[in-house]
Design a protein around this ligand. Sequence first.
Ligand SMILES: Cc1cc2nc3c(=O)[nH]c(=O)nc-3n(C[C@H](O)[C@H](O)[C@H](O)COP(=O)(O)OP(=O)(O)OC[C@H]3O[C@@H](n4cnc5c(N)ncnc54)[C@H](O)[C@@H]3O)c2cc1C
Length: 460
Amino acid sequence: MPERSVRIAIIGAGPSAFYAAAALIAQDDVAVRVDLFDRLPAPYGLVRYGVAPDHQRIKSVAALYEKTASDPRVRFFGCVEFGKDVTIDSLRPLYDMVVFATGAQSDRSLGIPGEDLSGSMSATEFVAWYNGHPDYKDLNPDLSVEGVAVIGVGNVAMDVARILAKTPDELKETDIADHALEALKHSKVRNIYVLGRRGPAQAKFTNPEIKEFGKLNTADPVVLEGELELDPHSAVTVEQNRMARQNVEILREYAARGHGTKTRKVHFRFLVSPTEILGDGKVSGIKIERNKLVSTDDGYLNANGTGEFEELNVGMVLRSVGYKGLQVPGMPYDARKGTIPNDHGRILNPTTGNPIPGAYVVGWAKRGPTGVIGTNKKDAEETVALLLEDIPHIRRAGVDAKVEQKLEELLEGAGCKYVSFDEWQSFNALEIERGKSQNRPRVKFIDIEEMRAAQSEREA
Ligand SMILES: Cc1cc2nc3c(=O)[nH]c(=O)nc-3n(C[C@H](O)[C@H](O)[C@H](O)COP(=O)(O)OP(=O)(O)OC[C@H]3O[C@@H](n4cnc5c(N)ncnc54)[C@H](O)[C@@H]3O)c2cc1C
């Protein structure tokens, strides 16, 4: 066993990074030092910038990560971007192993005409905007429109539809970004169309998410009875799958309610595909085609267009058809999956197909954007088990006594004034304090400048 601790850098500080760090410090066989680097000033990745602000219970998982970060063997370096401030070459002399936990930073497009029109954007951007992600603070979605189409029927689509359907009153005790709360106060959105290309039995949303639409203050769920009819394959799915069965039951109950009397409507449409986003410079509508489900020989259900079209009057289109990982600079990339090619977490050299010594991946960057937060725990533990197995075989970095100084020099040389975990905790305390008087869990700072200015003001 090595005399000094094995030094491990984790790139990214979202759930998968924290589960990997937790698994590394939970074992006693090897002494480890773990440093997490994130390009953002705040840790926790999509727990802070993805999970919906009105789902605070889910965000409470951050308390677990905080415990990991408070372990003396773990450090956090915020505002450090891999590929810009540090690279694989600059980290190699300082760390024995590197774990990539960079998530899926982009999204999939629809590939239809009109996608570049103003007012057409990804749910990724919209979510990041309302959650106060610094890169999207100036997105300024135009909420003076009356209709919005949300493409996709997963839980992210549910989140954006619900945030658009809620009143400021229903959101005011959440940690939604102040700029978003202010914009939503003036929202003119009345009709939200959630569009699924296959039927209700194939919808990816989960029961609690669809149920929430039945309880909104000023929005009714609207479902067309005819779109809930099940073909024989879907009938079997509903019989065998509890989640699908309950989804269909909830939708049937909504259909029976009719159009409702509330001012806003969330229309759940099934068996329709967008074929064109309409508009001259700016979105003015969306053309959709009715689909028919056709089963293939391998049991898959294809949604085939019927040639029957319809136009919806919308001024904004939010596509929510999947997140996608971007290439991490200097690392191999599977462009089709949007992941770092790997074998159970060991990063593979695309030319030889062999593992790259000392390089690992966890979370969405490893398996693509699937699963809930908890899925990343088992996934990270799988990678860490292989990493630990590899320790006796890797060439250790020539780390000397000056390693800490060298890391400081590296970050300083990159012009990087990083955020330590202590510093983050003081920003965190300030956010929580700002929230208290408004009965909110926190009032978020958007960027590092705002965080540091508030802290200086406090200290003055
Ligand atoms: C909108 C949305 C809502 C969700 N809601 C829920 C929910 O309610 N419940 C649930 O269980 N799951 C939810 N999920 C899923 C959950 O968020 C993911 O499973 C989880 O966040 C994936 O973890 P990760 O660590 O792989 O990626 P991320 O959480 O994306 O973390 C990746 C981190 O890497 C950093 N990073 C990226 N590139 C670099 C770089 N070059 N240098 C340094 N740092 C970098 C990023 O800044 C980020 O902090 C939701 C996902 C989305 C998108």
